[in-house]
Design a protein around this ligand. Structure first.
Ligand SMILES: Cc1cc2nc3c(=O)[nH]c(=O)nc-3n(C[C@H](O)[C@H](O)[C@H](O)COP(=O)(O)O)c2cc1C
Length: 162
């Protein structure tokens, strides 16, 4: 099972029908392609975790690179794993109106926080988001304290990127 996690700058407003169309396409196509994961839209950025078979992910990656609804795609982590780490058979999605990661991080904007996370923290971020989406409520404050303590580049932290 392969995976990749990226951040990109959104060119559509949160809560818009343009954003909703992206989520709909992702769900529909990913169900067919066996791609699962989590897509979050906040602070003018998308963060997406995708897990699936290599050929499906390569195809999706090429779609993403040329999609005019976002820009500046920056790969944060990618590789292979024995199985899926996010056990949801669809592409769960959330936007800042319902779920704001900045609330957890002591106000650090998503675009500053996420690129500083290790791969394991990125998966924790996605698990927390998925759990909140499923429960229909934001996570309790402190649920992601580990995220806020994320070491940054040059901090001598443990960053696992492949
Ligand atoms: C932020 C973002 C995330 C996306 N995520 C997915 C996705 O998970 N799966 C997918 O098939 N398309 C996704 N898309 C859309 C693709 O870029 C592309 O438009 C789509 O795969 C084309 O499918 P279609 O020919 O069925 O419209 C995403 C687009 C954006 C901007």
């Amino acid at each position: 099972m392969d995976y990749f996690i990226y951040i990109s700058r959104s060119l559509v407003p949160t809560g818009s029908s343009a954003a909703a169309a992206i989520f709909l396409t992702a769900r529909r196509n990913n169900a067919q392609a066996g791609i699962t994961g989590y897509l979050h839209h906040e602070d003018g950025h998308f963060v997406q975790v995708c897990e699936g078979h290599r050929t499906s992910l390569v195809l999706l990656y090429h779609h993403l690179l040329t999609d005019p609804r976002h820009t500046g795609l920056r790969m944060l982590a990618r590789g292979s794993a024995p199985g899926r780490r996010l056990s949801v058979w669809d592409m769960a999605a959330s936007e800042e109106e319902a779920l704001r990661f900045a609330d957890w991080s002591g106000g650090a904007p998503l675009s500053k926080l996420v690129p500083r996370l290790s791969e394991e923290q990125l998966f924790d971020f996605a698990r927390a988001g998925l759990a909140a989406v499923r429960a229909g409520t934001p996570p309790a404050p402190g649920a992601v304290t580990a995220l806020t303590a994320a070491p940054g580049p040059g901090d001598g932290g443990h960053r696992r990127r492949s």
